[in-house]
Design a binder for this molecule. Structure first.
Ligand code: COA
Length: 329
C-alpha cells in the first residue's frame, strides 16, 4: 500500500506588505531585508479572515485537483501554531467549513515542521490500512503574533496556507509514487530560542504580559540559523537513507522558506544544485507550517514535478522541531 499525493492547493491572503512598507514602520531597509533573508514581500490576513478560512481555501483547491469531495475524507490534519482557538482544533473548524462529515480532525503543533509531521502521520495511517484519504494542511496567521515594533522578527513572517490530499493506492509497487519515508525530530531543551512566552495556560494573557510584549514571537535569530542548517541537513540525509535514495537522485528540494541563506546552506551541504531548489521566499516570507505545502503546490502547478521524480521536503522550526519527507511523484 502506498500513500500518494493526489492533489495540492494553496491560498495566500490578498494584502501584500512589502519591504518598502517596513521601511516606514521600523528602522530597516529593503537592502538589509533582501540580503539577509531573501524576502521582498509577504501576505497578511485581513481583519475578517481566520486561519480556518485560509485552510478552507487551500484545502478546497487540493480537493479539486484530487477530484474528490470533502465527504470522501477520513482525516483532516492541520499543522499550525496560530490556531483559530485554543479549543477546539482548527482542523475541527475546517471540517465543518468543508463539510467533511466523515473525517477525523486534529491539529499538529510542530511549528514550521508542522506540515511534514502531518504528512508523516497521514502516511502512517494510510499504509497501515486505517484510513484511505487524508487532507493535510499547513496554515498560519503569524501576523497576529508578530511584534511590528521588533525589526529583527517582524520583517520575516507572513500568512498563508498550503494543503495536500493523500490517498491510499492498493497493490502499488513499494518504489512507486507516494510518500517513501519521513524523519522527524525535536529538541525541547531549546524551546526559548523561538517561542511565544505568554497566551498559553502557563502564562495566560494579562495586562502585564501584554505590556511586556510576551504575546508575540520571540526569537534568537542567530542561534536558530545555525541549528536550522545543521538539523535540516541531518533530517534530509536520514529520510533519504531510510528510502535508499541518494541526494543526486533528487529532482527537487522543497525546503521550508525561512531564510534564503539557510536554504542555500542546506543545499550546499547536501550538494544539491541551485536549479533543483524550489524558492518562493521572496513573495511570502516565512509562513511557518504553510511554507512547504505552498511551495509544493506552486511547483506542482507550474508543471515542474514529473511522474517518478524524487521530491525532498525539509523543515525546521520552534520547539525545536524539524523533519524531512521524501516523496516519489
Ligand atoms: N533591519 C535592519 N537591521 C536589522 C534588522 C532589520 N530588520 N534586524 C536586525 N537588524 C540588525 C541587528 O539589530 C544587528 O544590529 P547590531 O549589530 O547593531 O546589533 C544586526 O542587524 C545584525 O543582526 P543579526 O541578528 O546578527 O543578523 P543576522 O545576519 O543573524 O540576520 C536574521 C538576522 C533574523 C535574518 C537571521 O538570524 C535569521 O534568519 N535567523 C533564522 C530565523 C529563522 O529563519 N527563524 C525561523 C526558523 S523556522
Amino acid at each position: 500500500m502506498n500513500a500518494v499525493i493526489r492533489g495540492t492547493g494553496a491560498y495566500t491572503p490578498e494584502k501584500v506588505l512589502t519591504n518598502a512598507d517596513f521601511e516606514k514602520i521600523v528602522d530597516t531597509s529593503d537592502e538589509w531585508i533582501v540580503t539577509r533573508t531573501g524576502i521582498k514581500e509577504r501576505r497578511i490576513i485581513s481583519e475578517s479572515e481566520t486561519n480556518s478560512d485560509l485552510c478552507l481555501r487551500a484545502g478546497q483547491n487540493a480537493l479539486d485537483m484530487a477530484g474528490i469531495s470533502a465527504a470522501d475524507l477520513d482525516m483532516i490534519i492541520v499543522g499550525t501554531v496560530t490556531p483559530d482557538y485554543n479549543l477546539p482544533s482548527t482542523a475541527a473548524v475546517v471540517q465543518e467549513k468543508l463539510g467533511a462529515a466523515n473525517s477525523a480532525a486534529f491539529d499538529v503543533v510542530a511549528a514550521c515542521a508542522g506540515f511534514l509531521h502531518g504528512l508523516s502521520i497521514a502516511h502512517g495511517f494510510i499504509v497501515n490500512g486505517n484510513i484511505r484519504r487524508a487532507l493535510v494542511i499547513g496554515s498560519e496567521v503569524l501576523s497576529r503574533f508578530t511584534d511590528y515594533s521588533d525589526r529583527s522578527t517582524c520583517v520575516l513572517f507572513g500568512d498563508g496556507a498550503g494543503a495536500v490530499v493523500v490517498e491510499a493506492e492498493d497493490g502499488a509497487a513499494p518504489n512507486g509514487s507516494g510518500v517513501l519515508s519521513s524523519y522527524l525530530k525535536a529538541d525541547g531543551t531549546k524551546t526559548e530560542l523561538l517561542w511565544i512566552p505568554a497566551g498559553g495556560s502557563t502564562k495566560p494573557l494579562d495586562e502585564n504580559n501584554i505590556k511586556s510584549r510576551e504575546r508575540y514571537i520571540t526569537m534568537s535569530g542567530n542561534e536558530i540559523y545555525k541549528l536550522a542548517v545543521r538539523s535540516m541537513c541531518d533530517a534530509a540525509l536520514k529520510a533519504l537513507d531510510k528510502a535508499g535514495v541518494s541526494t543526486d537522485e533528487i529532482s527537487w528540494l522543497i525546503p521550508h522558506q525561512a531564510n534564503i541563506r539557510i536554504i542555500e546552506g542546506v543545499a550546499k551541504r547536501l550538494k544539491i544544485p541551485d536549479q533543483k531548489v524550489f524558492l518562493n521566499i521572496e513573495k511570502y516570507g516565512n509562513t511557518s507550517a504553510a511554507s512547504v505545502p505552498i511551495a509544493l503546490d506552486e511547483a506542482n502547478r507550474k508543471g515542474l514535478l514529473k511522474k517518478g521524480d524524487y521530491i525532498l521536503m525539509v523543515a525546521f522550526g520552534g520547539g525545536l522541531t524539524w523533519g524531512a519527507s521524501l516523496v516519489r511523484w
